[in-house]
Design a protein. Sequence first.
Length: 195
Amino acid sequence: MKCRMIIALSAALLSATLPAMSNDIAVIKTSEGDMTLELWNDVAPETVQNFIKLAKADFYNHTAFHRIIRGFMIQGGDPNTKDESKSDIYGTGGPGYKIKAEFSNKHHVRGVISMARSSDPNSAGSQFFICLDPAPFLDGQYTAFGQLTKGEDVLLKIGETPVGPSNGGERSRPLKRIEVKAVEIQTAPTAEPKK
């Protein structure tokens, strides 16, 4: 009993002195306008840090949304899309490494950003997708790491881009280039410890 009281008191003291965790913000600047997303540092910390690292290194600058499925999602983050002569291999590029999945109880609803991957859950790298509508079949299977807070009109406009068949026959290849000009990160302010 005494041990439980000490643990409870310690937890209360820690929560009273530690700053509340806040989330970073990403602004995806596209040829169609800007989309602002709150990144879930507390839900998928390694994924968020990877996304921030790539954004700060200008990795995403001048890439394109290469896969758009109306009513489902828009996908980007492939460095191959910087070069239109590589259109045959769009969707295969990455940063040269893979990150581990961080599944959570977050739902894939409109505006959720999540990591694209192959059939291996631990195969994500740089490619991401943003949901256009709820996709519950992705819940617990893909790493959701943020939510759109501004620019839903831009998301929906991109989602309405006319598409044709991809190399695999899926009707998802945009007939017009939707460029990611840059991804800007606004680091969450560090809160002062509570007194």
